[in-house]
Design a binder for this molecule. Sequence first.
Ligand code: PEP
Ligand code: MN
Length: 327
Amino acid sequence: MRERPARPERATRAWRNMITPGISDTRLVGREGKAENTVVDVGGVLVGGQEIVVTAGPCSVESEEQLLATAFAVKQAGARILRGGAFKPRTSPYSFHGLHEEGLKLLAQARRATGLPVVTEAMDTRYLDAVCAHADMIQIGSRNMQNYTLLEEVGKLRVPVLLKRGFSATIEEFLLAAEYIASGGNGQIILCERGIRTFETSTRNTLDLSAVPLLKRWTHLPVIVDPSHGTGLWWLVPHMARAAVAAGADGLLVEVHVNPQEALSDGEQSLRPETFERMMNDIRPVAHAIGRRWPLGTRIASKDDLPLHPQPQASNRATPDLFRPAK
Ligand code: PEP
Ligand code: MN
C-alpha cells in the first residue's frame, strides 16, 4: 500500500492529489488553497462555525398568513434563517410558479416581523436585483447549478450564496460550480447536498450523505443538507436530518408548512410545525455528542409531545418462527 505523504510546508501536487483526487481546478474553494473553515455571515447568522444552523420555511411563499405563521413557528423551534421560494422552478409549466415580486415583499415583511434573515431562489440573472433587494442570501437551485452565466453574475455580487448540488452533478462538478462563483470574487458560498437522481424510485432523490464528510475534507466552505428534497417524504425528513448532523453537516434546510395538505408545492415533503419542533429537540443530543452547538427553541417542548420513533404497536398476527427469539 502506498504511504500517504506527510504534509509539506507548501502543499505539493502529490499531496494535493491525495486529498482532492482528480480535482485540479478548485484553487479557491479547495482546502489546498485555504486550510481553515470559511464562516458565511447570513444577515448576522454565522454558518460554518460551531453552531449547526437550521434554515426552515415553506417551499413556496403562498400568502402573508401562511408565511408569517410558518416563520414564527420555525423561529420558536430554533430555526435561525427563514426560507421560502418566490420564483419556483417547476417540472410542469402548469404548476404554481411562485408569487414573484409579491413573494419577495412578503419575505422582507417576515424578516421584519421575526428578525430571521431570509434566503430565496434566483432562477435567472433577470431576477438578481430584485432578489438582492429583499433577501439576505441567494439560493441557486439544483437545476441551475451549471447555469454558468448565472454563476458568473452571482460571483460579481457580495451577497452570500446557497448553492444546491445539481441532481445529476458529481462532487467535482459541484465544487467547480462553487469555484465559478468564487473566481468572480464572491467567496461567501454555502454548499447544499439535496439528493441525487439514482435508479431508486421509493424516494424522490437519493440523499448522498457521504458527500458531507467528503466535501468537508475537500473544501473549506460550509456544507448543509436538505433532507426535504433529498427524500420527498415528510416522515423520512427527521431521520435523515439527524443522520446529516451526525455526518458533520454545518446546517440543515428543511421545508415546513402550516398546512402541508394545502401546500401549493412540495406538501408531501413538508413538516408540520409540531413535527419540526420534535425533530429539533430530537437532534439536539446528536449535535452535542459530536461537539457542536444546537439552537435552543423559545418554546420548551411538552412532555406529551410524541416521540419521533414510536414503538410499533403490538400486533395480534402470529410471529413466524424465523423471527421468534430463541428460548
Ligand atoms: C427548493 O429548495 O425549493 C428547491 C426547488 O430545491 P432544489 O433546487 O434542490 O430542487
Ligand atoms: Mn421545494
